[in-house]
Design a protein around this ligand. Structure first.
Ligand code: XMP
Length: 506
């Protein structure tokens, strides 16, 4: 396959996905992965990704120069191009203003990376530094005002300053395809049906006649993992579904219907709403709420799991981006909120992990889910945070507020589906503010809560913009919430982007 060395760009996962869309296996590893490890993976090609660092800074992310002497084709993208220039003796300087966004690219000397690519095309740039002098043995192959491409054909090293993996680079797909298929001649052996069959076999071999426990949340990852494992070992799988009382309207019933009745999986549903709400009484600090919910979740899950004695494995819906993030070079985008991964392994449980989706990107997980017979709308659900409505009810949480928010949220989501907007946005929900305002209904003055409708569009959830939902649609949602939900008399729409706001309100 193709190995992507990760220098921290937010587009890196996209490079990996694009390559897999060509049915070629791709793996993303940290930039400082030792050379022997790289070689042991026998890559057909190596991509040096973009990243926020500068090659001239004292703590620059560098690689062993021997990487360029392996005879393995290399594609340097953005920072990867600057790095190549820097290490091989070229010169990289701080540009006068940087270049962000769409730019016009001109091929000045064609090479195999540009086979079938127009001489002039639109590309997506995002850089401050630029290559001023190319290293010996390299030729300038493209320009966009700056040196936008260089190559050493003999050594099969190709570099571009722009990002071929994003759709704004009109012919980026073609360039990646040229690299992967023609320059690297990578084997096309990455197919999802094959993956499913292989994984089912692996699960059977690994588990044998033992029992497996899985925390089912109703979200995409744990659901697909559950169905896949169930397909492999049937009733040896025991799912535990914890109703924290902070889930969406009717979530528990739906999970039992979808996975218990439809797939005949063994699911133990725990109604722990009282426990969670009790622990949250009087607490309004967001971080404190997260910690309480996370801790309580582990406690409840642990108690339930102990009822199934002799289980040897704990299954989790860990997916490839989780793996990449846990190994990745953390840029300035460090943890801003303690993203408590609710559903995590209680440490004292000492069970072996079973993570059948560890190698898959989200879109691959969805395809596997559909292939396994899970309904489309279930595998295309938006993400839902572990602490749930606990962090969408600002301030103190109580049962009454949960009921109000569930109804409002349900109306918004239902309307998104009805108007075919659900899949055009990345995450949508309603937030309940601890603020009451005055309104009028009929001849009556009202004094009730305000809720906020939030919808965000994003690729990686690190940056996001608010969704530009149609006015008529928002009007309808607002009318329905105010008319149908007792306790809310005002609806606001969140028009903040991330950063500086976050997607959630707490
Ligand atoms: P923010 O609010 O930080 O959220 O912009 C980014 C994404 O992370 C989700 N999120 C969480 N997911 N546990 C989770 O499993 C958490 O504690 C948590 N907090 C935020 C959020 O819903 C969004 O998708």
């Amino acid at each position: 396959g193709i190995l992507v060395l990760d220098f921290g760009s937010q587009y890196n996962q996209l490079i990996g996905r694009r390559i897999r869309e060509m049915e070629v296996y791709s793996e993303i590893v940290p930039f400082d992965t030792p050379l022997e490890t790289i070689l042991s993976k026998k890559p057909a090609g190596i991509v040096l990704s973009g990243g926020p660092s500068s090659v001239n800074s004292p703590d620059a992310h560098l690689v062993d120069p021997a990487l360029f002497e392996l005879g393995i084709p290399i594609l340097g993208i953005c920072y990867g191009m600057q790095l190549t220039a820097h290490i091989l003796g070229g010169k990289v300087v701080k540009g006068s203003k940087g270049e962000y966004g769409k730019s016009e690219f001109e091929i000045v000397r064609s090479n195999p990376l540009f086979t079938g690519v127009s001489r002039h095309s639109q590309v997506w740039m995002s850089h401050f530094d630029e290559v001023e002098t190319v290293p010996e043995g390299f030729e300038i192959s493209g320009r966009s005002g700056v040196i936008a491409a260089m190559a050493n054909e003999k050594k099969k090293i190709f570099c571009i300053q722009f990002h071929p993996e994003v759709t704004h680079t009109a012919e980026g797909w073609k360039m990646l395809e040229n690299f992967v298929e023609n320059i690297c001649r990578a084997e096309k052996n990455w197919k999802l049906t094959g993956y499913i069959e292989r994984t089912i076999e692996e699960i059977r071999t690994k588990v044998g006649s033992d029992k497996v426990i899985l925390g089912l949340s109703g979200g995409v990852d744990s659901s697909v993992a559950a169905v896949l494992i169930h397909k492999a070992i049937g009733d040896q799988l025991q799912c535990i579904f914890v109703d924290t009382g902070l889930l969406r309207l009717d979530e528990g019933r739906k999970v039992m219907e979808n996975y218990g009745e439809h797939f005949h999986m063994k699911i133990d549903m725990v109604d722990a709403a009282d426990r969670f709400l009790d622990k949250l009484k009087g607490v309004s600090d967001p971080e404190e709420k997260r910690k309480i919910i996370g801790k309580e979740f582990v406690a409840v899950f642990d108690e339930e799991a102990h009822k199934f004695e002799g289980a040897r494995f704990l299954a989790q819906g860990t997916i490839y981006p989780d793996v990449i993030e846990s190994q990745s070079v953390k840029g300035p985008s460090a943890v801003i909120k303690s993203h408590h991964n609710v559903g995590g392994l209680p440490e004292e449980m000492k069970m072996e992990l079973l993570e059948p989706l560890r190698e898959l990107f989200k879109d691959e997980v969805r395809k596997v889910g559909e292939e396994l017979g899970i309904a489309h709308h279930l595998v295309y659900r938006h993400p839902f945070p572990g602490p749930g409505l606990g962090i969408r009810i600002l301030g103190e949480v109580d049962r009454e507020k949960v009921a109000i928010l569930q109804k409002a949220d349900d109306i918004f989501i239902e309307e998104l589906y009805k108007n075919k907007l659900y899949e055009t946005v990345s995450q949508a929900f309603v937030v309940l503010l601890p603020v009451k305002s005055v309104g009028v209904m009929g001849d009556e003055r009202t004094y009730e809560y305000t809720c906020v409708v939030r919808s965000a569009n994003t690729i990686d959830f690190m940056t996001a913009t608010f969704s530009k939902l149609p006015w008529d649609f928002l009007e309808k949602v607002s009318n329905r919430i105010i008319n149908e939900v007792q306790g809310i008399n005002r609806v606001a729409y969140d028009i903040s982007s991330k950063p500086p706001a976050t997607i959630e309100w707490e």
